[in-house]
Design a protein around this ligand. Structure first.
Ligand code: HEC
Length: 125
């Protein structure tokens, strides 16, 4: 076969593999959370959300790193820091816990509870 043709077909197949890789990695980013959590139930900071922070977050967010997610401190820290604004899906807190560097620190169910608690006004309830 002509050397020129071999070269061109190599370039094309490399381009194809790269395009496939970009496509697949972008699919990963828009992964839709499908855990079953009732959006209409009342989500409570005290009963539902704080336990998530206490077991998954306070080892790092324990006073020196913002937001302070310790029990008794988390509400003021999240509100004053503007982390729990609506629409909940674009709030700083939800964006962070679903972002690539923090996603593994909570389960899909926990993420949805946080989402619905913010959507319901992020109450000190
Ligand atoms: C192993 C340590 C660690 C754990 C555990 C951790 N974080 Fe973080 N978090 C960080 C670090 C470091 C930063 C700052 C760098 C960054 O933005 O990623 C940060 C940043 C953040 C921010 C953004 C702060 C800002 O002002 O922009 C939020 C919100 C947050 N974390 C929430 C959480 C929540 C909620 C959890 C638990 C589900 C959690 N983090 C668990 C280390 C941690």
């Amino acid at each position: 076969m002509n050397k020129e043709i071999i070269k061109i077909s190599r370039i094309i197949s490399t381009g194809f593999i790269l395009a496939l890789f970009v496509l697949l990695s972008s699919c990963e980013k828009v992964k839709i959370i499908t855990a079953a959590v009732d959006p209409d139930a009342t989500w409570s900071l005290f009963a539902d959300i704080q336990p998530i922070f206490t077991s998954n977050c306070t080892s790092c967010h324990g006073g020196t790193r913002s937001p302070d997610l310790r029990s008794g401190k988390s509400f003021a820290s999240l509100k004053n820091g503007g982390y729990v604004t609506t629409p909940a899906g674009s709030s700083k807190l939800y964006s962070k816990i679903t972002g690539s560097d923090h996603a593994a620190r909570s389960t899909d169910t926990e993420k949805l509870k946080v989402l619905y608690w913010i959507e319901q006004g992020a109450l000190n309830n």
